[in-house]
Design a protein around this ligand. Structure first.
Ligand SMILES: CCCCCCCCCCC/C=C/C(=O)SCCNC(=O)CCNC(=O)[C@H](O)C(C)(C)COP(=O)(O)OP(=O)(O)OC[C@H]1O[C@@H](n2cnc3c(N)ncnc32)[C@H](O)[C@@H]1OP(=O)(O)O
Ligand SMILES: NC(=O)C1=CN([C@@H]2O[C@H](COP(=O)(O)OP(=O)(O)OC[C@H]3O[C@@H](n4cnc5c(N)ncnc54)[C@H](OP(=O)(O)O)[C@@H]3O)[C@@H](O)[C@H]2O)C=CC1
Length: 307
């Protein structure tokens, strides 16, 4: 359930029932947050979905919750779980080959799994930089490459990648901003290179505003996303369903002539202000590097970096 103009809005999908009957999708990070929303909507529309991420307990808990939810909508779930760290090439190869072996094909790949930690760029250690770039950029590349080489090259398919609101740079998330800018560029390249195989490749770029318990836990503050609302022209945070509906559109025949594109899902924020940070009121030209969070609590606990 979501809130729309303060009112509860019950939406299972705006797309027609059965739209994805007989189709097979992989959703990385599909057991939590945005990925869970995408998985639910695809299942609701008849798709077989494989969710994949690093943590077996998260996958099992997420799958149970999703199955219960779907049962309440009166639909049958074809939901499957495979462990995969997208940073590991052998695990990515195995995810694609196992899916194709089990279901005989792979129509859709949603590269949702990813993340980062907050840190001033000067304080990021090489291991941390590599972890974030490998998770978000290299992992996306590996999954796209394997999906294409193992199946989509000869049969077509649709890929949706995950970017973020890094259009004006991303203070305190320099590693992820750089990696996601790479994802946007890779999306354009693959959209062109793979068009000959009828493989469309697009991306979505949510604003820094899609709340879920798992996403918030990463920053040690349950309310961190609420702070974003003041600088969003639509004056509210977004929902996982609002990301999912864009992903489902890009996967659908309604987007058959769209490839290489990245859709912003951010209530207009990226056209307005750099995400989450603004210069302090008293900053002088000489201290432009001193940033102040617009959010009045202390920096989140659970981060090892100094902000
Ligand atoms: C001041 C107020 C600020 C307000 C700002 C608001 C911000 C809102 C954000 C909104 C936009 C974005 C939203 C999202 O993306 S939500 C999704 C959130 N979910 C995740 O990020 C989950 C996935 N993330 C991770 O798993 C990790 O972040 C990571 C990608 C780094 C992978 O972690 P893993 O544990 O697997 O990595 P390794 O053990 O291999 O090594 C990690 C090295 O990385 C460095 N590191 C990791 N965490 C931190 C940290 N918290 N602070 C500093 N450095 C960190 C470190 O070097 C690790 O190695 P060592 O431990 O050996 O030093
Ligand atoms: N929430 C927001 O406002 C925004 C989110 N995003 C991006 O959207 C995506 C989903 O985030 P969200 O749902 O909000 O947050 P979550 O923290 O709930 O989701 C992150 C998911 O990624 C999975 N994951 C992380 N690292 C790996 C890995 N190495 N291999 C496989 N799976 C991995 C996690 O599962 P596990 O731990 O089991 O591996 C988890 O399911 C992420 O890429 C995020 O960065 C982008 C912009 C804004």
């Amino acid at each position: 359930m979501s809130l729309h103009h303060g009112k509860p809005l019950c939406v299972s999908s705006i797309f027609r029932p059965g739209l994805y009957d007989g189709q097979v999708a992989i959703v990385t990070g599909g057991a939590t947050g945005i990925g869970k929303g995408i998985t639910k909507e695809l299942l609701f529309l008849g798709c077989t979905v494989v969710i994949a991420s690093r943590k077996a307990d998260r996958l099992a808990d997420g799958a149970e919750e999703i199955r219960n939810w779907l049962q309440n909508t009166g639909r049958q779930a074809s939901l499957h779980v495979l462990q995969c760290n997208v940073r590991k090439e052998d695990e990515v190869k195995n995810l694609i080959s196992t899916t194709v072996r089990m279901f005989g094909k792979l129509d859709f790949l949603v590269n949702n799994g990813g993340g980062q930690f907050l840190s001033s760029t000067a304080d990021i250690r090489l291991k941390g930089w590599n972890a974030v770039v490998e998770t978000n950029l290299t992992g996306t590349f590996l999954l796209c490459r394997e999906a294409y080489n193992q199946w989509m090259k000869d049969h077509g398919g649709v890929i949706v990648n995950m970017a973020m609101d890094m259009w004006k740079g991303y203070p305190f998330m320099g590693h992820s901003g750089a990696a996601r800018a790479g994802v946007v560029n890779l999306t354009k390249t693959l959209g062109v290179e793979w068009a000959q195989s009828n493989v469309r490749v697009n991306a979505v770029a949510p604003g820094s505003s899609i709340a879920s318990p798992t996403a918030a836990a990463n920053y040690g503050n349950a309310n961190i996303f609420d702070a974003a609302a003041v600088n969003i022209p639509l004056k509210r945070t977004g929902t996982v369903e609002e990301v999912s509906s864009a992903v489902c559109f890009l996967l659908s025949p309604g987007a058959a002539f769209i490839t290489g594109e990245t859709i912003r899902i951010d209530g207009g924020q990226s056209f307005y202000i750099t995400p989450n940070f603004r210069l302090s009121e008293d900053s002088k030209p000489s201290d432009v590097y001193r940033w102040q969070s617009q959010f009045d609590s202390d920096h989140p606990t659970g981060t090892k970096s100094k902000l």
